[in-house]
Design a protein. Structure first.
Length: 332
């Protein structure tokens, strides 16, 4: 089956969730690495915050068995590719815009700080299938492209609970829920078809419990942000995506207004996809990325720049990407 790259990313002192994939269903449940640089186990001080992230993936390609030709809607698709190998006939430019509104009311539950959030991501995709891959997929032209924009699934985070532990440790749990309400700019947008569009969201509901761990001491932020996603079946295509574990890692140091560090993103699909009730072999997506983090606190707002290199990708679309993140306190 698999994936472009977007995803579901829930707050961690400030964040959320989203993700693209490519098959009968389109997006991964977590935008890999999106929470790098954040204190995964903590919540911000009481107040209302706008967290705005913009991710650019200028040159994504297919790695491994994206999906079998017999699995795609209408019987056409992209032929399997050797595990972990790149197919440059399939490429993707993607821009993802993620505004998140976070509210930390200042109350406690079970001894933990409480917060909630809502996000409405938007994305622009330009998918290109050419050469031998286009011929295998059943397209007569040798260079087929499709560009479109749309709204991803609305994301609700009804609760985040953060506990302060001895020795400057933090632990946070939460739940993200993606509604089945995406929209597309192109009426003919399908995973693959006459317009060769990549749809803007998933035709499913997604439930994603989270666990954040942080050590925050003397300017250091050492964090791991765990997400485990369950997607409902896409009733329009009878496609059931497998469960996925995603982890964002951070080691960063802040002095004065500057922050510098290293982040990494992990995506590990733990169960296979099914289509019309049949397990699809070699459908588990796996990816690892790593790269630098640089941030600056301007006072009224803070900004972070994150760049990740694609280290290992299989059964997915991937490559290098960058994120620009801005955090604005709206009310304290």
């Amino acid at each position: 089956m698999k994936k472009f790259f977007l995803a579901l990313f829930v707050l961690a002192a400030a964040a959320v969730f989203v993700a693209p994939a490519l098959a009968t269903e389109t997006w991964d449940p977590h935008l890999r690495g999106i929470n790098e640089g954040l204190a995964a186990g903590a919540l911000p001080p009481p107040g209302v915050y706008l967290i705005h992230s913009s991710q650019f993936a200028p040159a994504y390609h297919q790695y491994g068995n994206l999906f079998n030709a017999s699995q795609a809607t209408g019987g056409g698709g992209i032929a399997p590719f050797p595990s972990g190998k790149i197919n440059r006939d399939l490429s993707l430019f993607a821009y993802v815009d993620i505004p998140v509104l976070v509210w930390v009311p200042g109350c406690k539950f079970l001894g933990a700080d409480y917060g909630m959030a809502i996000a409405q991501p938007f994305d622009y995709t330009n998918l290109r299938i050419k050469g031998a891959t286009a011929a295998i997929a059943g397209f007569t032209a040798q260079n087929n492209t499709g560009a479109q924009w749309g709204a991803f699934n609305t994301i609700l985070v009804p609760y985040e609970l953060s506990w302060r532990l001895p020795c400057d440790f933090r632990v946070k749990t939460g739940l993200g829920i993606a509604l089945n309400d995406p929209t597309n700019s192109a009426a003919t947008a399908t995973t693959l078809g006459p317009g060769i569009f990549a749809v803007a969201g998933n035709g499913t509901y997604t439930f994603e419990p989270t666990l954040g761990l942080s050590w925050l001491h003397a300017g250091w932020n050492v964090s791991a942000d765990f997400h485990y996603a369950f997607q409902t079946k896409d009733t329009g295509t009878d496609y059931q995506s497998g469960q996925q574990l995603a982890v964002d890692y951070t080691v960063a140091y802040t002095w004065g207004k500057w922050t510098i560090g290293v982040g990494a993103g992990q995506e590990t699909q733990t169960t296979t996809d099914t289509w019309k009730g049949v397990n699809l072999p070699d459908s588990k997506a796996n990816a690892w990325t790593v790269g630098p983090i640089v941030g600056y606190n301007f006072g009224p707002l803070s900004m972070e720049f994150i760049y990740n290199f694609g280290v290992y990708i299989n059964n997915d679309v991937g490559g290098d990407w960058l994120v620009l993140r801005m955090v604005i306190p709206l009310w304290k």
